[in-house]
Design a protein around this ligand. Structure first.
Ligand code: HPA
Ligand code: ZN
Length: 337
């Protein structure tokens, strides 16, 4: 890739729509928070923890990811984690970030829902005030837990309704199909929440279809396995359902054997509203710009693709139309230079 294209990828204004805030905890911060809170980790050092980041599939990652989150106890811990991500995102020219958090990972350890959401939300507000970055928080239900537990989490969230814009579905995909959560998503829809779900990452294309039909989600997180089903691919293109694709995550979790096997370009060529995101940047080897640069290095992607991906990131966001137009104008102006 030439230096000019690399520079465009790094500097272009972009939105990030698929990032788990707990997945932004760098090993150094995990150790600092463990020390601050008197939590004992199973790893003797930062280096030993980082060496454990050799994943074979989604579950092997989730086991370490939930262990890493165990150092988060106080509101300030959630603030510090979120602030570190926001500074990193700003350096990557992220103008708008829609951020996932997993409340059940914390409430199941006895950390109050309010502690987690208040700390995260305070950092988001500070980024808006200080830099004009816009943000939105999306609460994810853990799909390996029951629908009843998801309903209980929604109940705990209601006093904080002003702090989040939508709900998602994450964690172990195989064996936990979308229909398990049909009723809780219906309730969320009645409450006016925006809806997304992870589907077609490790799970089959059928999970993408049921996420659309039964959960009525507006975007699909990952969705890369849609290409196994041409009817579904055509439907996603026709209905302009955005896919929040996370290339480095897919390589680390062995959805694709190597970066050059990734289907990002094929998804774009199928007419899909693709976006590029970092998923769990501290665990998967890079933030959003690393995802762009590494894909453009190994696939025949060019400037017109960069332009389309930057535009898609805002078009697929949950910004209101006026804010969207302003961001899209900024993208156009950047590419006209
Ligand atoms: N997939 C499913 N659940 C997750 C992920 C992911 O990539 N990251 C954090 N929770
Ligand atoms: Zn994810």
């Amino acid at each position: 890739m030439d230096a000019a294209l690399r520079d465009i990828l790094i500097k272009m204004p972009k939105a990030e729509l698929h990032m788990h805030i707990e997945g932004s905890l760098e090993p150094e911060l995990i150790f600092a928070l463990a020390k601050r809170n008197g939590v004992t980790l199973d790893y003797p050092s930062v280096e030993a923890l980082r060496r454990a980041y050799a994943f074979t599939d989604l579950q092997s990652f989730l086991d370490i990811y939930y262990a890493g989150a165990s150092v988060l106890l106080k509101e300030q811990d959630f603030y510090d984690m979120t602030w570190a991500y926001l500074e990193r995102a700003r350096a990557d020219n992220v103008r708008h970030a829609e951020i996932f958090f997993d409340p059940q990972t914390h409430t199941d350890r006895g950390v109050p829902f309010a502690t987690a959401i208040t700390g995260i939300h305070r950092a988001l507000r500070d980024a808006e005030a200080k830099w004009g970055m816009s943000t939105g928080l999306i609460m994810c239900f853990l799909r390996h837990l029951s629908e009843e537990e998801a309903f209980a989490t929604l109940e705990q969230a209601m006093p904080h309704r002003d702090k989040f814009i939508g709900v998602g579905l994450d964690s172990s995909e195989r064996g936990h199909p979308p229909e398990k959560f049909a009723r809780v998503f219906e309730r969320c829809r009645e409450l006016g929440l925006r809806l997304v779900a992870h589907a077609g990452e490790e799970g089959p294309p059928e999970y993408i279809r049921t996420a659309l039909d039964l959960l009525k989600v507006e975007r699909i997180d990952h969705g890369v396995r849609c290409l196994e089903d041409s009817g579904l691919t055509q439907r996603l293109a026709r209905e302009k359902i955005a896919l929040t694709v996370c290339p480095l995550s897919n390589v680390k979790l062995r959805v694709f054997d190597k970066a050059s096997d990734h289907n990002l370009l094929k998804l774009i060529e199928a007419g899909l509203a693709v976006t590029v995101n970092s998923d769990d940047p501290a665990y998967f080897g890079g933030y959003v710009n690393d995802n762009f640069v590494q894909m453009f290095e190994v696939l025949p992607l060019e400037k017109n693709h960069a332009y389309q991906l930057a535009r898609n990131s805002f078009s697929a966001s949950f910004l209101d139309n006026q804010a969207k137009r302003k961001c899209l104008d900024e993208v156009d102006a950047f590419f006209e230079q």
